[in-house]
Design a protein around this ligand. Structure first.
Ligand code: ASP
Ligand code: MG
Length: 804
């Protein structure tokens, strides 16, 4: 036989009760032998409690009582609740007269909820020609006299149950009231709130049922609350021992007293959903799974009490005093954490006990407060407890690090030695994010990286398309999911917490809204987005004003924008210390040499203690093309320049390249990588534009390109044989000092040298170091272009994603 238990929500008017009836019909049709245990319907027990409360305070309760009756009767025809209603009428009347009630009376009141429920279902089933028998558990389950939380007397109850079921076996379904019982004096008792679960497991035990099916309104036990963690998964199967761990943290179906009768007789418990009953639910048996299960549970109505004081150091009996004071007030402490120095003790109590706990402690520690041995006893209310069940300390660093990376700093944590649980106390406003971060980490679900992209020009646009195209692949290979939650230009932004797709371009045109950086931060916070990265693909000076704020709000940064690294050295340092403080990263590989792994190489060399003595090279793709071609071919300078402009190698106003500032900036960025504190003004830049052409509109300049011909023809011809022209950046001098020498200039080099051999629009970087001597490390390749730059930015994103 199977015992089926239906909870209050399953039995509510309308869809609930109808579905319960059809589940039972189904089972009967399949020839299954079943017994049914019921809760009160819908909100019945709470309603009865409220009415009782009102009656005792002499408030008017009749209206609510009428509504209650109406709910019970609903549009069921043929049910007769006269008896139950009149019992309730009398009880409430008495309470209202007396202005008070006992626990005994309360049990009598509440018990009617289950009676009404079982009576109704019996009637409905009988009307459908399913033989059913209303079974009042008060005649079967006999308890001690502790009203409100009675303990069953097993022997007696078992005898009664077996006897009853011998009488009514075969085809009749016993419809049993859950929750209620009676004491040996025949007075009504109850088994505590949610006690129907207990009734069901007692029956299952006494009758040695083959399974207990507990019908709820959820599909089973999840790895975390699916309302809070969208990736939460249903656990198909777990052991009683594992379930017991869950029970401790709240799930009432799994209350220890409820599962003990099942363990005793090895009866499987299946948690099912009335509203989706074809779903297999979660099966709990005595077999434990090989890997052990993990899940997250949350306690929300809690408060953290903190007792601080230097004077506690080394004093014996402090803990004992805390516990004694609290025990005296019947306040239980669930999580406690204490440093070995005993300078402070923090612990968790139920929220509604916090005030009482504080004053109990203030009383106990009054002398110590007076002597200032205890400096402070405080309550922190906006906290929640997350328990990671099945987590031991050997791998706890993973979820812990992920939390820190996401700016969730637990207020305290502790572990159980036997049960493999770790509990953390976090701020309530961080609960949602914390759960998702931990969940993703412990289940190795793809880590979601949430990206905001600023700027969608050539580089930015290409990057967005590259990410969208390869997101799936990367998820498969690396378990990292790149989710672009916002794309913005200087005026408008679009948002989607689930990720923007290939139609982003038309979206930004049609749906883009004006925004401030705060809106982006707010969106990320409100949607509890974790692992945040902001990408700056603008070339804007202004946008760099947002960097510090983004870092403070938990974003890592990636930028192809060079500006932030070439502002004052003061800002450079400020940015780094903000990163340090917030444990955030800032990557900008594409600032120099686009996608070439230059900055990373220099960083590593420098970090490993290798002395870099000089960095020299062709830093600009456009100027590389210009002088490589001009040196090789018998064409005028202006003709080659015009070609470079036409091919889009230069900026729209080519003077931005020719003035040398861009090369200067790149050189400065490299210098600063070596901890040199140079400023932009320290760079000696040879400007390739003659004085008289530096001012005025781009169009004017473009008309006068020929004016450059004489100058550069002369320079070309003045070279030694087999030499070529190169526009280079050169960092040299004693680089162990505060500042280095930074030159940006046009030079003539032997054609056979590595600089001389550069072709097309390639960049080349020679890194001279002490160990490598005269033979520099050479990094060469396409150092410009939107595709390679976007790839470089992409690389930085993946570096960050993999780190955390
Ligand atoms: N009706 C009771 C309650 O709400 C018992 C139960 O539902 O299990 O607590
Ligand atoms: Mg219930």
């Amino acid at each position: 036989m199977k015992v089926l238990k239906f909870g209050g929500k399953s039995l509510a008017n309308g869809k609930g009760i109808q579905t319960v009836v059809s589940i039972i019909e189904d089972k009967v049709r399949n020839g299954e032998k079943i017994t049914v245990v019921l809760s009160a319907r819908g909100n019945t027990t709470n309603d009865l409690e409220e009415i009782l409360e009102k009656a005792s305070k002499n408030e008017s309760y009749l209206e609510q009582l009428e509504a209650f009756k109406k709910y019970q009767l609903s549009d069921f025809v043929g049910v007769d609740f006269t008896r139950e209603f009149s019992i309730l009428d009398k009880l409430f009347e008495g309470v209202s007269l007396l202005g008070d009630y006992s626990k005994r009376i309360k049990d009598q009141v509440l018990s009617q909820g289950e009676v009404l429920s079982a009576k109704l279902l019996t009637q409905i089933l009988n009307e459908k020609n399913i033989k059913a028998n209303f079974t009042d558990s008060r005649t079967l389950i006999i308890t001690d006299g502790q009203f409100g939380d009675a303990q069953p007397l097993d022997k007696l109850s078992k005898k009664n149950v077996i006897h009853h079921f011998q009488k009514y076996n075969g085809t009749t379904i016993n419809v049993v009231t859950g929750f209620i019982a009676s004491n040996t004096k025949n007075e009504t008792t109850t088994l505590g709130r949610n006690g129907s679960n207990y009734t069901a497991s007692l029956l299952a035990n006494y009758l040695e049922a083959e399974e207990l099916q507990n019908f709820t309104h959820v599909n089973g036990i999840y790895t975390a609350n699916p309302d809070l963690v969208s990736d939460a998964k249903k656990i198909e199967k777990l052991s009683f021992a594992e379930a017991n761990e869950l029970a401790y943290f709240g799930a009432n179906i799994l209350h220890a007293k409820t599962i003990i009768p099942l363990i005793e007789k090895d009866i499987p418990l299946r948690i099912l959903n009335t509203f989706d009953y074809k779903n297999q639910g979660t099966l709990i048996t005595s077999e434990s799974s090989e890997k052990g299960i993990k899940s997250l549970s949350v306690l929300e109505d809690v408060a953290l009490i903190n007792l601080e004081g230097r004077g506690l150091l080394g004093k014996a009996g402090v803990d004992a005093r805390i516990f004694r004071a609290l025990a005296y007030k019947n306040i239980s402490v669930s999580i406690i954490s204490q440093g070995s120095s005993e300078r402070g003790v923090g612990f968790i109590v139920e929220a509604d006990k916090a005030k009482e706990a504080k004053s109990a402690l203030e009383q106990e520690f009054e002398p110590d407060l007076h002597k200032r041995d205890v400096s402070n006893i405080s309550i922190e209310r906006e906290v929640s407890v997350i328990s990671i069940i099945g987590q031991d300390l050997s791998t706890f660093h993973k979820p812990y690090n992920a939390l820190i990376k996401n700016q969730v700093i637990p207020l305290l944590f502790n572990n159980t030695i036997a049960g493999k649980n770790v509990s953390l106390v976090v701020r309530k406003n961080q609960l949602h994010r914390a759960l998702n971060v931990i969940h993703g980490e412990i289940f190795e679900i793809s880590k979601k990286i949430n990206i905001a992209i600023f700027g969608h020009g050539l580089v930015g646009g290409t990057l967005i398309d590259q990410i969208i195209q390869s997101a799936r692949q990367i998820e498969k290979r690396k378990k990292i999911y790149l989710n672009i939650f916002s794309i913005a230009n200087s005026k408008k932004a679009i948002f989607n917490k689930k990720g923007l797709g290939a139609d982003w371009k038309s979206k930004i045109q049609k749906e883009g809204v004006s925004y401030t950086i705060e809106d982006i931060v707010k969106f990320a916070n409100e949607n509890h987005l974790e692992n945040l990265i902001a990408i700056d693909n603008t070339a804007s000076r202004e946008f760099t004003n947002n960097y510090l704020g983004l870092i403070d709000n938990g974003f890592d940064l990636v930028s192809s924008n060079k500006v932030a690294n070439t502002l004052s050295f003061e800002f450079y340092k400020q940015l780094r210390s903000a990163l340090e403080k917030n444990q955030k990263q800032y990557l900008y590989e594409t600032n120099v040499g686009a996608g070439l792994p230059l900055i990373d190489t220099i960083k590593l060399l420098h970090l490993s203690g290798e002395n870099i003595t000089r960095i020299k090279g062709v830093f600009s793709g456009s100027l590389s093309y210009l002088f490589n071609t001009f040196s090789e071919e018998e064409r005028s300078f202006s003709e080659v320049l015009q070609e470079a402009i036409n091919k889009g190698f230069t900026e729209p106003d080519p003077r931005e390249d020719l003035c040398g500032n861009d090369v200067g900036r790149k050189l400065l960025i490299l210098a600063r990588e070596l901890d040199l504190s140079n400023e932009f003004v320290d760079i000696n830049i040879q400007n390739l534009i003659p004085e008289e052409l530096r001012k005025g509109e781009a169009t004017e300049f473009l008309e006068k390109l020929k004016d450059l011909d004489i100058i550069y023809q002369k320079v070309k011809e003045a070279q030694q044989p087999n030499h070529v022209l190169r526009y280079i950046g050169d960092l040299w001098g004693d680089l162990s000092r505060e500042k280095g020498n930074l030159d940006v200039k046009l030079v003539s080099v032997p054609k056979s040298s590595s600089l001389g051999q550069v072709k097309g629009s390639d960049s080349i970087f020679e890194i001279y170091t002490e160990s490598y001597g005269d033979q520099p490390i050479v990094i060469q390749g396409a150092g410009a272009g939107s595709r390679v730059t976007a790839r470089g930015v992409f690389g930085d994103i993946l570096r960050l994603a993999e780190k955390g």
